[in-house]
Write a new protein. Structure first.
Length: 150
């Protein structure tokens, strides 16, 4: 009886190892998102009733809670966003992004950032940010992903 149990245990162990090997091979083939994205877009500044070309920088976006930074009218916007729809690093998502809460020009504000991968390297993003005293800004940009050189 113990011989039979030993053979069954060996077969079960072999099957489990084979499944783990197949699973890890599938995970290893998943493409990794770029380390950062440089973007070019169009920005609408509702406060000054202006619009124009803007340059953007975005990290890989591997966390559900992510920092939110911006520079508008030579003032720093610092905040946090909750990636409710998914993370930027999730290449297979239909869309990523979510709401943002920030501090800008001595006021608390909010907004929304939404994006989509067109390919592994190319993303398109739209955002809107405003406070009670700042009419805010919106932008639409296309970014290209790069790897850190080190």
């Amino acid at each position: 009886m113990s011989m039979r149990m030993g053979a069954m245990t060996l077969r079960a162990t072999t099957v489990v190892c084979a499944l783990l090997a197949l699973g890890s091979a599938a995970w290893a083939d998943e493409p990794k998102a770029p380390d950062f994205y440089l973007g070019l877009g169009y920005e609408w500044n509702f406060e000054d009733d202006e619009s124009g070309i803007a340059v953007s920088f975005a990290g890989a976006g591997t966390e559900t809670i992510a920092p939110d930074f911006g520079l508008y009218d030579n003032k720093l916007l610092v905040g946090v966003r909750y990636m409710l729809l998914g993370k930027r690093a999730d290449l297979e998502r239909a869309a990523y992004g979510g709401p943002t809460l920030f501090w800008y020009d001595d006021h608390i504000g909010g907004g929304l950032i939404v994006g989509r991968h067109l390919s592994r390297e190319v993303i398109v993003e739209a955002s809107y940010r405003a406070t009670g005293d700042w009419e805010g800004e919106a932008d639409l940009s296309v970014g290209y992903g790069f790897e850190w050189p080190w």
